[in-house]
Design a protein around this ligand. Structure first.
Ligand code: ADP
Ligand code: ASP
Ligand code: MG
Length: 422
């Protein structure tokens, strides 16, 4: 008997019919003798719908007070899902009980809309499992020290599931979604992307952090920290598929070092359309300027990603960086109102129509010329690179958003990532 955590995403929970299928699949696992904890997302489209309602009423620049209410609203999507799934499980003849985050409790910090899980008390869940119940816990939400409901950022149910698996020392955490694993890139953009049977933890971490939404980055971080056996697989296989076959399907995240020694140099391509570029122009080129610009941005709890500073002309330079598009307006206001007057910079310019495209692979550590191959491929397509950033196992470029699909497809081909011909 093993303790297994299943996570079902929005599409997998998208209708009562699909919820019934999820219940049948979970019941199959429970009947096979496993203790089951299930973490579902809100039904597809529901979180967007809820946040859309709030947006109709909310001012352009959300405040912490608004963010608190957004979490109050958005968290209800998952609350509906756990109730429905428990009822469906009971209809399958299972004993099942649903919990919201606060009932477990899933304790988080107070960063509304992007809270981090701090601890999970497993006592209540264990007691239910011991009584033979299937326990259904909301994804995406938790509670802070003052009793406020929080949410974990978009896609956060992955993190809830992996955190629950880590807290319970589960034997495995299975992330059921609408694709049958992790692909070399998003199969919606490149139809002949190839499914990876395994992906190293480090590569998965990069892919997620660079925009592959198949797993939320914090879920991968949790899996790494607590060594949670993690697999991404399809919820659209027939629910009564043989369990052994099901357990081997999808993509396994592996933790072995040098797992990919003999495999491709580049394992995958990620892209991110959620960022915006900001350039502060005519900044006096003197010590402390990066801090003067980015210090207030960090103090406002805004994450900065790619940063470049150009060479100076006559003592002045340009300084560019990217932020999440949700933080764009706030950052521009901050720069205009605070940073420009303090630094004596000439002006601030913004561009929200950019995207970041990245190649990822642990093989890049031991191979030279990978980045230049990427640049050559983009130049052959006539795509201008606005910013570049690299690490040991990835190279990212910021380009005009309108070239995103072309860039991803060309790079996918250039690095031989397509399906082998049948
Ligand atoms: P869920 O609702 O199940 O959490 P998501 O939409 O969050 O599902 O994540 C699954 C989606 O991630 C897929 O439908 C796919 O379009 C997208 N995706 C992006 N990059 C990848 C990738 N490298 N491999 C597989 N899917 C990817
Ligand atoms: N329902 C949340 C979202 O849409 C969390 C999730 O699906 O993982 O972002
Ligand atoms: Mg998701």
């Amino acid at each position: 008997m093993a303790l297994i955590v299943h996570k079902y995403g929005g599409t997998s929970m998208g209708s009562t019919e699909r919820i019934r299928n999820v219940a049948k699949r979970v019941a199959k696992w429970a009947r096979a003798g496993h203790q089951m904890v299930v973490v579902p997302s809100a039904m597809s489209g529901e979180t967007n719908r809820l946040l859309g309602l709030a947006k109709e009423l909310s001012p352009a620049s959300p405040t912490t007070a608004v963010d608190r209410e957004l979490d109050m609203i958005a968290s209800t999507g998952e609350q509906v899902s756990v109730g429905l799934l428990s009822i469906a499980l009971q209809a399958e003849g299972m004993q099942a009980v649903s919990y919201a985050g606060w009932q477990v409790p899933v304790q988080t910090d107070s960063s509304f809309t992007k809270a981090r899980i701090q601890s999970i008390d497993d006592a209540r869940v264990r007691a239910d499992l011991a009584q033979g119940k299937v326990v259904v816990i909301t994804g995406f939400q938790g509670i802070d020290a003052d009793g406020h409901i929080t949410t974990l950022g978009r896609g956060g149910s992955d993190t809830s599931a992996v955190a629950v698996a880590a807290a319970m020392k589960a034997d495995e955490c299975l992330i059921y979604t609408d694709v049958d694993g992790v692909y070399t890139t998003d199969p919606r953009i490149v139809p002949d992307a190839r499914r990876l049977h395994t992906i190293s933890f480090e590569e998965m971490l990069e892919m997620a952090s660079l925009g592959s939404k198949v797993l939320q980055i914090r879920s991968v971080e949790f899996a790494g920290k607590y060594r949670v056996p993690l697999r991404v697989l399809s919820s659209f296989t027939p629910w009564d598929i043989d369990i052994t076959e099901e357990s081997r399907s999808g993509t396994l995240i592996t933790f072995e070092e040098d797992e990919k020694m003999e495999q491709a140099v580049v394992s995958g391509i990620a892209f991110n359309r959620d960022e915006a570029k900001i350039t502060v122009m005519g900044v006096p080129d003197k010590p402390g300027i990066a801090y003067q610009i980015l210090g207030p941005v960090a103090d406002a709890n805004i994450d900065v990603d790619v940063i470049i500073q150009n060479i100076s002309h006559e003592g002045k330079t340009d300084f560019s960086f990217t932020v999440h598009r949700n933080d764009y307006t706030r950052t521009m206001e901050l720069l205009k109102n605070t940073v420009l007057p303090q630094t004596g910079a000439a002006q601030v310019m913004g561009d929200t129509k950019i995207c970041k495209v990245s190649i990822v692979g642990i093989g890049m550590r031991s191979h030279v010329g990978v980045a230049s191959k990427m640049f050559r491929c983009l130049s052959e397509e006539g795509i201008n690179i606005q910013m570049i950033t690299t690490s040991e196992i990835k190279t990212s470029v910021v380009i005009d958003e309108k070239y995103m699909e072309l860039a991803v497809r060309s790079l996918h081909k250039a690095f031989d990532l397509e399906q082998p011909a049948a």
